[in-house]
Write a protein that binds this ligand. Structure first.
Ligand code: SF4
Length: 326
């Protein structure tokens, strides 16, 4: 591990001052400390923000949710309002990591976590995300777990967060505070596809902090859930996953929110699937037809071609689980 200095910010102003000077924010530390041990990350200054007042979960008057960036994954998953309004969020969190990690890791840190591409974590391998311009060992290497959607010639790594898939499905927004004021971004714009700059993963300006994420109110009743397919049933990242939320009234699907994980360089919204559902009556045939669009545009690599079919089946099964049939 490279030498670094550590400071604990007493309040938001202190944190932002340190961030403006180039300090790296740390709270749960469950990703960053691992990467520092492996010398993948080499920050000169860590700014501990764990005492900032960002630990509230608020159910808004309209029926949406605001979750503070420093709420732990475990707290968010267990929160009565989260479970009642958006079970897809609770399920995505509970299917992530281990109980110990969920107690430590925060919501802000979860969506900031970095890829699990093994070449990214191996400092002897070529990796454009870690060392821009060095190449991408995964393209010609073992790429079974890599992305089939949103890739570029520069990088094919998946985004690892389950929570982010649920947030993308629900059209969440991210609230930021920085040295120059506050900003709010659609979650879909916050995480960046690799393009020609895979080292740049979020639309964050120097010194900006995530303060909370907001899930807008959706029409009620809203049924939702998360399905994660992986090589083993715990403490493993997704090969494919599906976050689904459906508003069904009068036997007709009025609103459909669907996103996939484990397949994209960012959480992957599935608008073609959503369009195929809206205005239709739930049925086994509908789920299969809609899910048939899930892998539209996929560009498989040498070892991950199976993900296209697995994704369709994952989405079909989760549509059936959430929507049932009439
Ligand atoms: Fe690096 Fe991305 Fe290639 Fe993995 S896929 S080696 S993270 S550039």
């Amino acid at each position: 591990m490279h030498p670094f200095t550590y400071a604990r910010a007493a309040d938001t102003r202190e944190a932002l001052d340190a961030g403006r000077r180039g300090g790296r924010y740390i709270a749960g530390g469950t990703t960053l400390v691992d990467l520092m041990r492996e010398t993948v990350e080499r920050p000169e200054t860590l700014v501990d923000i764990s005492v900032l007042p960002l630990r509230e979960i608020t159910v808004t008057k309209s029926g949406g949710l605001r979750i503070g960036a420093l709420v732990s994954m475990a707290e968010a998953a267990a929160h009565r309002g989260v479970r009642a309004l958006y079970p897809v969020i609770s399920q995505a969190l509970e299917l992530s990591a281990s109980a110990q990690l969920r107690n430590m890791a925060t919501i802000g840190g979860n969506i900031m976590q970095r890829t699990r591409c093994t070449y990214f974590r191996d400092v002897t391998a070529d990796c454009n995300k870690r060392e821009p311009g060095s190449g991408c060992a995964a393209r010609e290497g073992f790429n079974r777990s890599h992305a089939i959607l949103g890739t570029s010639d520069q990088c094919v790594a998946t985004h690892p967060s389950d929570l982010a898939v649920a947030l993308a499905a629900l059209d969440a927004t991210v609230h930021l505070r920085g040295p120059d004021g506050e900003r709010t971004l659609p979650f879909a714009d916050f995480l960046l596809k690799p393009g020609s700059t895979p080292n740049r993963e979020q639309d964050l300006r120097r010194g900006e902090l995530i303060t909370d994420v907001e899930i807008p109110a959706h029409p009620r009743p809203l049924k939702s859930g998360y399905l994660k397919v992986r090589d083993r049933q715990s403490y493993e990242f997704a090969l494919t996953s599906a976050a689904v939320a459906l508003h069904i009234r009068g036997g007709v699907i009025r609103e459909a929110k669907v996103a996939a994980g484990g397949v994209g360089t960012v959480p992957w919204k599935l608008p073609a699937v959503e369009r195929a559902l809206i205005g239709e009556r739930p049925s086994g045939r509908l789920w299969a037809e809609a899910a048939g669009h899930a892998a539209d545009g996929a560009r498989p690599l040498t070892h991950n071609g199976f993900k296209a079919e697995l994704l369709k089946r994952t989405v079909e099964r989760q549509l059936s689980t959430v929507g049932g049939t009439i």
